[in-house]
Design a protein around this ligand. Structure first.
Ligand code: ZN
Length: 642
């Protein structure tokens, strides 16, 4: 339970609201004239079971105890939370704990920054850096490019960096944590020694870690390239080398190019191809593709000539070049099917550019920038590339060869759900295999019906069919995961959500600019909400979600909104129903009383009121009924209680 939940758990909404409004018991609920608008007939209902309140009159809104206090006192979320927390004696720690953790992270980033400066200084001025300077010269990296990319040199001594950073106030514990030091048999020592250093920056340009190339043939660890180990500020699967420098170029060119190595990126940028980034010897991860997707949906993979013959589309250059023999078996790979899957789930267009045999992008660009441009311009869609490669590897003059082609390509195509795209490739495959599209279609269906698919469908159903707050949270998790839903979601009223945390997050999400340069929209939301909501935001961000493509995400979103609208209508019906039943009982009694006293006028008024409520109930019923026949496409605009 986080702090907000704890505060709410210790409060009774009836107690709190009773301070402001005189509540009358009405069945399992309480009612009162609405404190937010002028009325004589109570349409303000408090439901202790759900710890919620609603005004079914002019306000047409409701919420939990925090939203009530916010509205009544006209204060912000965190102020209301503070007020209520004091009332029940909950100490709000989140802000302090967070800022401590934040400070620790800042320290680690600062240590990296200082290390980078020191390495850079040694590269330029130190005698020992001569070897690195010669290497750069040989690779045609001039001092301007070296400076732009913050290249550096780590001396071969065991404690040079450690002494320097301790001298300017960093602790061993911090340096160990950020991966600049290693714990060896004889104590702590520098991790990077005698190497050319490549600072690896995050998308905001902060030094998250380092890549390092050996300047000897091999050092003790036997690796040509090593990099910072996973740390609180370094996660290779969520970083792309030079992304912060490439964002402008990617936007201008309308596409990003992914290469494998640091040297390839530097060569590209030196020659004006500043839309090039590197995956740094990892498989291309979904997170990396999503990072690029913020700026472009056109991604070109520059792959080596062997790629065509491999089942795995991409693997780290460390594996390709055999430098890290021990990681060969553990290096994650991206299969062609995986790439096709990215296209689908992240809504990007992936193309493949194949490098001439045995040459790196570095070689190609330096030999002929024009050739590089031609290569990238000529990149082919990943599905075409794979189909061509498979077709080329089988003897299509034999039935067996044609069958193999179909059986190898269909599983890749099965990831694609767009019927137009599917049809196009089925046609091509049909021509290549001399098989009817109908037969191939049938094969495709059986290739699609794999265990994972039904599991995902079940997960979707489970996630969507959740009740109450779970549904609200699903909606928010969707929006956080799929920023492309923005247009659909801007029309959703915050009042559709009853939980104050969720409502505050939705408001912040709607108010956050689509993509602030260099930051994720989640960070934008984070900056826009009180720190007390950060644990909640984090939980929603990490929530396990089915993988949706763009269309599925929109459908799930529309469905979820529709269910929330219906929930509101049902609650309204329930509440008015309860009030109506009570009225009827009152009227019954008053008719008797009237017979005794002859006060006819008053009872007429009451009968009129009963009729009004009856009519309202009927309208609600009609609305509910009508909604059930809705196809959901318009439900976004009807995000209110009627
Ligand atoms: Zn009201």
């Amino acid at each position: 339970m986080n702090e907000v939940e704890e505060v709410k758990a210790r409060l009774d909404i009836v107690d709190v609201i009773s301070q402001y409004v005189t509540l009358q018991k009405a069945g399992r609920s309480f009612k009162a004239p609405c404190p937010f608008h002028n009325e004589r007939t109570p349409s303000f209902i408090v439901t202790p079971e759900r710890q919620s309140w609603h005004c079914f009159g002019a306000c047409g809104t409701g919420g939990d105890v925090i939203t009530f206090v916010m509205k009544k006192e006209a204060i912000e979320f965190s102020e209301a939370l503070k007020m209520l927390a004091e009332r029940v004696g909950v100490k709000l720690q989140g802000r302090r704990e967070f800022s401590q953790e934040q400070r620790r992270r800042e320290r680690l980033l600062a240590a990296n920054e200082a290390a980078g400066d020191w390495f850079g200084e040694l590269l330029v001025n130190d005698k020992a850096g001569a070897q690195a300077r010669e290497y750069l010269e040989r690779r045609q990296i001039d001092s301007a490019a070296a400076k732009d990319f913050g290249l550096g040199y780590s001396p071969a001594a065991w404690d040079g960096l450690r002494n320097h950073l301790r001298g300017i106030g960093f602790e061993d514990e911090e340096l160990l944590r950020v991966g600049l030091l290693l714990q060896g048999d004889s104590g702590l020592h520098d991790r990077f020694r005698g190497r050319l250093m490549f600072p690896i920056r995050d998308e905001r340009g902060r030094t998250a870690g380092f890549g390092a190339r050996s300047l000897e043939n091999r050092d003790a660890s036997g690796a040509k390239y090593i990099n910072t180990a996973q740390s609180p500020v370094f996660d290779k699967s969520g970083l792309l080398y030079a992304l912060h420098r490439a964002v402008g170029g990617i936007r201008r060119e309308g596409r990003a190019v992914i290469v494998e190595g640091y040297m390839d990126v530097i060569a590209a940028h030196q020659h004006g191809f500043d839309n090039v980034v590197a995956s740094m010897g990892t498989a291309l991860t979904e997170r990396q593709v999503r990072l690029l997707r913020r700026t472009t949906n056109q991604i070109v993979l520059a792959l080596d000539a062997d790629a065509a013959g491999r089942d795995a589309a991409i693997r780290g250059h460390e594996v390709v070049r055999g430098a890290l023999s021990d990681s060969r078996s553990t290096m994650p790979l991206v299969t062609w099917r995986g790439l096709a899957g990215y296209q689908q789930t992240i809504d990007v267009e992936l193309k493949v550019a194949i490098l001439p045999d045995g040459r790196d992008p570095d070689d190609v660009i330096r030999a002929s920038p024009k050739e590089w441009r031609t290569l990238v311009d000529g990149a082919v869609p990943v599905l075409d590339f794979r189909l061509d490669a498979l077709a080329g590897s089988h003897d299509l003059s034999t039935p067996a060869g044609r069958s193999r082609l179909a059986h190898e390509f269909l599983p890749i195509l099965s990831v694609v759900t767009d019927p137009v795209v599917r049809a196009q490739y089925l046609q091509r495959l049909g021509r290549l295999t001399a098989t009817g599209e109908r037969e191939l279609s049938a094969m495709l269906v059986s290739a699609t019906a794999r265990p994972g698919a039904s599991k995902r469908a079940a997960a979707t159903k489970e996630a969507v069919s959740g009740r109450g707050d779970n549904r609200e949270e699903f909606l928010l998790a969707l929006l956080l995961r799929y920023p492309a839903l923005r247009e659909d979601a801007l029309g959703v009223r915050e009042e559709l959500l009853w939980n104050s945390e969720n409502r505050a997050l939705l408001a912040a999400w709607k108010g956050t600019a689509e993509a602030i340069e260099g930051t994720s929209h989640i960070e934008g939301v984070k900056n826009a909400v009180p720190v007390e909501l950060w644990p909640h935001l984090e939980r929603l961000t990490l929530r396990k979600m089915p993988e949706f493509d763009a269309k599925q995400a929109r459908e799930a979103f529309a469905d979820c909104v529709q269910r929330l609208v219906r929930r509101g209508l049902e609650a309204e019906k329930q509440a008015t129903g309860a009030v109506f039943a009570e009225r009827e009982a009152e009227v019954g009694a008053s008719v008797l009383a009237e017979a005794a006293s002859g006060e006819k006028m008053e009872s007429d008024k009451q009968l009129l009121e009963v009729l009004r409520l009856q009519a309202q109930d009927m309208r609600t019923g009609l609305k509910l009924h009508g909604r059930e026949e809705y196809d959901g496409s318009e439900s976004v605009q009807t995000g209110n209680h009627g």
